[in-house]
Design a binder for this molecule. Sequence first.
Ligand code: ITT
Length: 222
Amino acid sequence: MPTPDLSTIVLATRNPGKIAELRELFAGAGVSVVGIDDVAPDAPEPEEGTASFIENATIKARAYAAACGLPCLADDSGLEIDALDGAPGVISSHYAFDGTTDGPAAAMTRAERDAANNERVLRELGGVPPEQRTARFVCVMVLAGADGATLAQSRGTFEGRIGQPPDVPRGDNGFGYDPLFLAAPEFARTGAEFTKDEKNARSHRGAASRAMLDQIRAFRNG
Ligand code: ITT
């Protein structure tokens, strides 16, 4: 197989929080990283499934690679809460709406959706004691070549617990469920209280990115 040209990789996301984290993580690897809106602002958002993180990341990477003709890196991520049998899982971004992306969810800003999701999680965990509020963020990454073929996959996790009000929500950094998520092993600070560098060093996306970068370097040295 010829070595793919990975000098420029498009991040298959419009989530500004994720783009900021990933730019930071890929900086210095000699790979130029651009957002989908930089190269194909009109690319339609692909319809994600509800089967698995890997299926969703593959759908996103392939669709955006086809739309812009460049290698595309997609991640799919979410929060798994043990006491909720792994929910919100693949519907983390729209949990307050049972995963539905149209209707009232479509009229909300990302911040409003995050707040509604967080309220639902706290409501459903009402009365559950701290040691049973274990949870983890999961991130799966798929790199698709310009032709849509899968070139590499990686996975990372970030363990913690969902805090209890009024102790949480807390913190101004990050996004999504970060203000509720007390990171293991200390359970002292939420994901929203880590600096960007601290979060990247410990997070699911950081781990998945480093594993992906190792594979990209291997291609480039290849
Ligand atoms: P794209 O599909 O455009 O990439 P998205 O926000 O929909 O953006 P996902 O499908 O990966 O992203 O959904 C992940 C959801 O899981 C996200 O909206 C958050 O609610 C939550 N999540 C993932 N990583 C997180 C993190 O590091 N901190 C807090 N919440 C996170």
